[in-house]
Design a protein around this ligand. Structure first.
Ligand SMILES: Cc1cc2nc3c(=O)[nH]c(=O)nc-3n(C[C@H](O)[C@H](O)[C@H](O)COP(=O)(O)O)c2cc1C
Ligand SMILES: CCCCC(=O)C(=O)O
Length: 356
């Protein structure tokens, strides 16, 4: 699959091989998909302003985030059900992330248990794994899930707070996609009760959750906590007050509230509110190295990709996910060269202009 040279081509390749129901699940968004389209369109509305003759022959993309390091500021956002894309599921993803020497955020809704994901990353030579959590209303259940992730060796917990209820994907409703096919399950919830014939507990999404639940999580783990899915600057501030060590600006790839702004448009106000106290990450709609550079210039310490990895997995398994990461790495490096900078840290808001 080395003939594929852009993320967009991976999307096309994924469409060609996947069951259309699964392609729609991955690629679709909520309702009219306004936010899904906006996430990408907003990057196209921003332009980059390069500087010239700056004598920067060498570049580095090396990134430090919380207690982790990555070879580049491009990490893997958490996505559910990788076994729908490729037989090895999250094991393939973990190997690809390790090969790229970057951070994989494995999901609570993964089809491979977190311990096996971390083991696969280690066996492939490294790459930190973070664990994405949906807070459960029962603190003992949250505690057990976090304890499994901690024992597995993850180096941060990413708490997703944009899902008091599941987003409504019209494509999924039309396709009748409600359940995983037989044989696949959310392995991180195995043995946690529920129906006695099916010992894999269901993930509970609840509108009952409040900042108190985050306080309880803060009390039960020493791992850094990343708050994922904040849009309002005040929620970023509140998150820090309640112990978050990083803020991830995300609208869940346009899969939760349709009509919420593009994440890159939300980013500057959140960065201002956070005021350098903790790192800010962003995901949603990033398909090119130039998009990464724009997000970094607007204050992100790193960015996450969701669908591009899924498309890579679908098109060519581990190798596809690796290629996706290498395409974005090489595009970002090339972009930095054209901008006249030697590292992401040099970028600031004066490198970006909004087109009229
Ligand atoms: C198929 C799919 C499944 C996802 N599952 C989760 C999940 O379980 N937990 C979560 O926090 N975010 C989930 N997300 C959202 C991603 O973490 C991320 O915010 C989003 O995909 C970024 O946008 P992008 O796909 O345009 O890169 C999912 C996204 C997709 C596409
Ligand atoms: C509880 C499953 C969550 C999946 C998800 O977050 C998504 O498809 O966007």
């Amino acid at each position: 699959m080395n003939t594929l040279i852009t993320i967009r081509e991976y999307e096309t390749a994924a469409r060609a091989v996947l069951d259309p129901v699964h392609f729609d699940y991955v690629s679709g968004g909520a309702r009219d998909e306004v936010t899904l389209r906006e996430n990408e369109a907003a990057y196209a509305r921003l332009a980059l302003l390069p500087r010239v003759l700056r004598g920067n022959p060498k570049r580095t993309l090396e990134t430090r985030l919380l207690n982790s390091r990555a070879s580049m500021p491009i990490i893997l956002s958490p996505t559910a059900f990788h076994k729908l894309m490729t037989g090895d599921g999250e094991l393939a993803t973990a190997r690809a992330a390790a090969a790229a020497d970057t951070i994989m955020i494995t999901g609570m809704a993964a089809t491979v248990a977190v311990a096996d994901v971390v083991a696969a990353a280690r066996a492939a030579g490294g790459g930190d794994v973070w664990f994405q959590l949906y807070l459960q209303t029962r603190n003992d259940i949250t505690a057990e899930i976090v304890s499994r992730a901690t024992d597995a060796g993850v180096t941060a917990v990413v708490v997703t707070v944009d899902s008091p209820v599941l987003g409504a994907g019209d494509r999924n409703i039309r396709n009748g996609f409600t359940d995983l096919p037989p044989g696949l399950a959310c392995e991180n919830l195995r043995g946690l009760g529920g129906d006695p014939t099916d010992r894999v507990r269901s993930i509970e999404l609840s509108a009952e959750l409040s900042w108190e639940h985050l306080d309880r999580l803060r009390a039960l783990t020493e791992l850094p906590i990343v708050l994922k899915g904040t849009a309002h600057p005040d929620d970023a501030r509140l998150g820090i007050e309640h112990g978050a060590d990083a803020i991830m600006v995300s609208n869940h790839g346009g899969r939760q509230l349709d009509g919420i702004p593009a994440t890159v448009d939300l980013l500057p106000d959140v960065v201002a509110a956070v005021d350098g106290r903790v790192p800010v990450l962003v995901d949603g709609g990033i398909r090119r190295g130039t998009d990464v550079a724009k997000a970094l210039a607007l204050g992100a310490s790193a960015i996450g990709i969701g669908r591009p990895i899924m498309w890579g997995l679908a098109a060519a398994g581990e190798q596809g996910a690796r290629n996706v990461l290498e395409i974005l790495r090489s595009e970002l490096d090339h972009t930095l060269a054209l901008l006249g900078v030697e590292s992401p840290a040099e970028l600031g808001s004066d490198w970006v202009v909004t087109k009229p």
